[in-house]
Design a protein. Structure first.
Length: 162
């Protein structure tokens, strides 16, 4: 099954696959019908494995409602339920105001600070335009320390003829 972002039951157990020796959520259908594959860090996959093992989920929708007795109830839940959990955890961490895009912006900045390439961050966020990704990062072109100033091809100043 091909999951749609923000539509339907969400990712299913079968959508988590290995590609190029890395875990991914494969073939998500996003805005405009674009098919995307999203990388999943090993530590996230480990958390998913713990969840699915404890919940007894071997197939089907990954995130499901749990009743007061701690048993799976139904086949999925809405994005509003997920957002409610996120807001509750933010409040517990003394984060007074949180918006959904705050999570995207934080992810982008952490990826960039960790050395992530702009192009790869663009793919992760499913941005068509790199300018959109740059806005998330607050990137501006700097001429004083241009990226191509010191790339290892510079001539030795002593070798330059005057």
């Amino acid at each position: 099954m091909t999951p749609k972002i923000g539509d339907g039951p969400g990712a299913e157990r079968e959508d988590i696959q290995q590609r190029e020796e890395h875990w991914v959520i494969a073939d998500l259908v996003g805005k405009g019908g674009h098919i995307q594959t999203i990388p999943v860090p090993d530590w996230v996959k480990a958390g998913v494995d713990v969840w699915t093992g404890a919940a007894g989920i071997t197939t089907g929708t990954l995130l499901r409602s749990i009743n007061k007795a701690g048993r799976i109830w139904g086949s999925d839940f809405s994005p509003k339920v997920i957002w409610g959990v996120v807001k509750q955890k933010a409040k517990a961490c003394d984060i007074p105001a949180l918006a959904p895009h705050d999570l995207r912006r934080t992810c982008v900045r952490l990826c960039h600070q960790a050395g992530g390439e702009l192009e790869q961050i663009q793919f992760l966020l499913r941005h068509v335009s790199v300018q959109t990704t740059e806005r998330y990062l607050g990137c501006k072109q700097r001429f004083r320390n241009a990226a191509n100033d010191r790339i290892g091809l510079e001539p030795n100043p002593l070798d330059i003829e005057e």
